[in-house]
Design a protein around this ligand. Structure first.
Ligand code: ADP
Ligand code: MG
Length: 240
């Protein structure tokens, strides 16, 4: 698997993170390491409570690890100040959650425009990009609707468009289709995969769904606080 290829866009180096609950200390991450490459989709598997969300928060600079390094686009983010980390996150990281977390008072279009304005794009440029993204995700008609007026699948597609609006190097998705009915989940997932390939973002997708995991490029399993590369075993077809 170690053929020469592009530099990783995200590298996690021996990440450790624990929490104290009452008088109990739990070590959630115990040296998790992995590299993620352009255009690559990596499934993050593990039972509930394994630490998937914690790992994604740390990878996305929402929380600092106790030990270890998060390297985005070659920059060791642990060496950055909080405000430098915020800037790095806004420029280089997109998040998609299980629930869309769109701003309820704003239209679909505005939700995709706003993160771009925060980075200093002109409104014209930001709207053009938002329209293009929403169109590529199959949302042609509903740009003026607020999130509450959209279906679950449409909300998630807007959330995906928002996450990649600033052309991040890293896309972190935490059970992005977990709240959708299976046919809708399927369509949204297909569009997400296509967008990852065309945009060249490195994507980490936490999921419980083994069928979805099997369609990603690689699978990492979080077990006992470390990441283990897992062969996806495709059921063998008996030949006679
Ligand atoms: P997953 O996403 O795989 O279900 P999480 O990362 O949400 O797992 O949680 C892993 C463990 O860390 C759980 O035992 C959870 O209770 C604990 N945990 C997560 N965040 C916190 C926190 N802020 N304070 C205390 N414990 C936490
Ligand atoms: Mg979680």
């Amino acid at each position: 698997m170690d053929s020469p290829r592009a530099q990783p866009q995200l590298r996690l180096e021996r990440i450790e993170r624990g929490y104290t609950q009452g008088n109990r200390r739990i070590e959630v991450l115990r040296g998790a390491s992995a590299s993620f490459f352009p255009g690559e989709t990596v499934a993050l598997l593990g039972p509930s409570g394994a630490g998937k969300s914690t790992l994604l928060h740390i990878a996305g600079l929402l929380e600092r690890p106790d030990k270890g390094a998060v390297v985005i686009n070659g920059v060791d983010c642990g060496k950055l100040t909080d405000s430098e980390q915020t800037r790095m996150r806004r420029m280089e990281v997109g998040f998609v959650y299980q629930f869309h977390h769109l701003l309820p008072e704003f239209s679909a279009l505005e939700n995709v425009v706003l993160p771009q304005l925060i980075l200093g794009l002109t409104r014209d440029k930001a709207e053009e990009r938002a329209r293009e993204l929403l169109r590529s995700l199959g949302l042609d008609q509903r740009w003026d609707h607020r999130p509450a007026q959209l279906s679950g699948g449409e909300q998630q597609r807007v959330a995906i468009a928002r996450a990649v609006a600033n052309e991040p190097k890293v896309l972190l998705a935490d059970e992005p289709t977990g709240n959708l009915d299976p046919p809708t989940a399927e369509r949204v997932f297909e569009q997400l995969l296509k967008l990852i390939k065309t945009s060249g973002v490195a994507a980490v997708v936490a999921t419980h769904n083994l069928d979805l995991a099997a369609r990603m490029d690689r699978t990492l399993r979080l077990a006992d606080g470390v990441l283990i590369e897992e062969e996806v075993v495709v059921a063998e077809v008996a030949t006679d």
